[in-house]
Write a protein that binds this ligand. Structure first.
Ligand code: FES
Length: 203
């Protein structure tokens, strides 16, 4: 995937972190077909090799990634007009690239009504907008904090602190790396907070 992106070929992706040793592969948007392989694969988990021929927009690929996109949206609190990430959101960018709509009619929406954590002086965490990409978990760990983790399983999975305690009590060091990598409006800086420090390029 990185080889394609570095060479101007667009492959949608919302969960990939270039520096992560193991791709998290949760968003399922990056499907491609590789010549000689029977089924599409996720590009973020597939090392590039000499002579590899990839197809980015076959019918199978479109079907898989469109479904993945709609599933992400079925669980995302869609609130674009009031969202701090409006016009800078990975979901909006992906929809624009792929010609998809943000309001899916195919799948029933499964709204979450989880408490929003505004306890921190610098940022807000709204788990109802989280797409479980795992970038914040990786960034927090990479900064040596490890405050954010996945909790629960299946449809109930969320990113949370240990025992869901407020971020201020969880040992957050306020590096804002999580805010810098969040592709949607789940982790956003409070008004007036300056440019977000992004820990390393490419994530
Ligand atoms: S970028 Fe490959 S699964 Fe998300």
């Amino acid at each position: 995937m990185w080889a394609a992106l570095d060479n101007g070929l667009y492959i949608p992706n919302l969960c990939a972190t270039r520096e992560a040793v193991t791709p998290f592969a949760s968003c399922r948007l990056c499907f491609v077909e590789i010549e000689g392989r029977p089924t599409p694969v996720t590009a973020c988990t597939e090392p590039a090799s000499d002579g590899m021929i990839i197809k980015l927009n076959t019918d199978k690929v479109k079907r898989l990634r469109n479904t993945a996109f709609e599933l992400l949206l079925s669980h995302h609190h869609l609130d674009c007009a009031a969202c701090a990430k409006n016009k800078k959101c990975g979901l909006q960018e992906t929809a624009a690239h792929l010609g998809l709509k943000l309001k899916s009619k195919r799948f029933r929406r499964i709204p979450r009504n989880l408490p929003v954590d505004s306890s921190h002086t610098l940022f807000i965490y709204d788990p109802n907008k989280c797409i479980l990409c795992g970038k914040c978990v990786w960034a927090c760990e990479n900064q040596g904090s490890g405050v954010l983790e996945f909790a629960f399983r299946g449809i109930d999975t969320i990113v949370s602190t240990f025992s869901s305690i407020p971020l201020t009590e969880a040992g957050c060091t306020a590096c804002l790396a999580c805010v810098g990598v969040c592709p949607v409006g789940a982790l956003v800086a409070k008004p007036g907070v300056g440019p977000i420090f992004i820990p390393r390029a490419g994530i």
